[in-house]
Ligand binder design. Structure first.
Ligand code: ATP
Ligand code: MG
Length: 347
């Protein structure tokens, strides 16, 4: 049974619809992420779940209990915001203990819970520091600990790692996932960052204009985007209109009425004069050779990201930055191999 049920939530602000009959469910102990463009309603949805914004219509339940009309503190839902909003005049220890004190917990039990949490988020030794004496990543861990110590049924996280630089962010992503799994806590996290969403979630919800456009495991959504919107949003897919794609591969009678999407990393890039060994009979696979010219090469760490001009189209091709592989630059004429089975026909 689904642990969190969000059903047909409608919310407008001043007559402008923000959530448009949005529904989704999350299983117990799952890490769910909401991914979508700015303004699509992600924060509004979390606020509805936390009880900070009342929906106009719809139902929200947790563990079978309807919480739609409950006050925030009756919901047992925690929320971590992008800005950590720690109490500046309290130490790490007291920031984390604050919520427990409000619940009138005291003495040894409170102390133990706070100490365990400090261990869990790896802040031992910093108990007596004030927020201003901590790094961004440490402050974010205090914010996380402060919510987790209350043992919420569901923890909502609104772009919790945004303010952090890339390396700390990566570490905290892994840590967040470890804590989430260790405590078997149900989390719903909003992020702008598709890599983050795909890296740490059990389920990804792609939100567009206040509705769920696609839901699924990260691998599934990445490999099989359900619409042009998803393909364009989740990465640098090559998305082409039907006639553009047919022109590119010179296959006029190709089935499918919608757009086509091809991932940059499934396309092979070869010298213009390369022998066509990939074709049926070569590796037995079906596909197309397409001629083009290098338009641009960007080296992104371990990836060579080419943009190749093929007729009037620009095609992205990613290749592992392998020293053994030939690099193409300038306006070198090249040949691309596009495997047919990797071309996704979109609705
Ligand atoms: N209290 C409010 N009053 C009026 N309009 C609001 C209010 N809160 C949100 N909105 C509007 O609702 C829309 C969705 O806002 P929301 O904050 O949910 O977007 P978001 O998906 O979280 O975007 P971002 O990724 O930029 O954080 C926006 O157009 C916003 O201006
Ligand atoms: Mg937001």
């Amino acid at each position: 049974m689904s642990y969190v049920v969000i059903k047909d939530i409608v919310k407008s602000f001043n007559g402008a619809p923000v959530l448009d009959s949005l529904s989704l469910t999350v299983n117990r102990g799952e890490m769910a992420t909401l991914l979508g463009p700015s303004g699509c309603g992600k924060t509004t949805l979390l606020r509805c779940v936390a009880g900070l914004t009342p929906p106009d219509r719809g139902l929200i339940s947790i563990d079978g209990k309807d919480i739609t009309g409950l006050a925030p503190r009756q919901r047992e839902v925690g929320m971590v915001f992008q800005a950590y909003a720690l109490f500046p005049n309290m130490t790490v220890y007291h920031n984390i203990a604050f919520g427990l004190k409000m619940k009138r917990l005291a003495g040894k039990e409170m102390e133990n819970r706070v100490r365990n949490m400090i261990e869990l988020v790896d802040l031992a030794g910093k108990e007596h520091s004030y927020p201003a004496e901590l790094s961004g990543g440490q402050q974010q861990r205090v914010a996380l600990a402060r919510s987790l110590v209350l043992e919420p049924k569901v923890l909502l996280l609104d772009e919790p790692l945004n303010a952090l630089d890339a390396k700390i962010r990566k570490n905290l992503q892994a840590e967040l996932r470890r804590i989430q799994k260790g405590l078997n806590i149900t989390m719903i996290m909003v992020t702008h960052d598709q890599e983050e969403a795909f890296g740490i979630s059990d389920t990804v919800y792609i939100i567009n204009k206040g509705r769920v456009e696609q839901a699924g495991g990260p691998g599934e959504v990445y490999a099989a985007p359900a619409s042009r919107f998803v393909a364009e949003f989740i990465g640098n897919y090559n998305v082409m209109a039907p006639d553009e794609f047919r022109r590119l591969v010179r296959a006029e009678n190709l089935a499918g009425g919608g757009s086509f999407a091809v991932r940059p990393e499934v396309i092979k890039i070869l010298p213009a004069g390369a022998v066509e060994t990939f074709k049926a009979g070569g590796n037995g696979k079906d596909g197309w050779y397409v001629e083009g010219k290098i338009d641009n090469l960007t080296v992104k760490g371990n990836c060579l990201c080419y943009r190749v001009k093929c007729g009037d189209l620009l095609i992205n091709v990613d290749q592992l930055n392998d020293r053994e592989l030939r690099r193409f630059d300038g306006e070198t004429p090249v040949k691309l191999w596009i495997p047919r089975e990797e071309c996704i026909s979109l609705n």
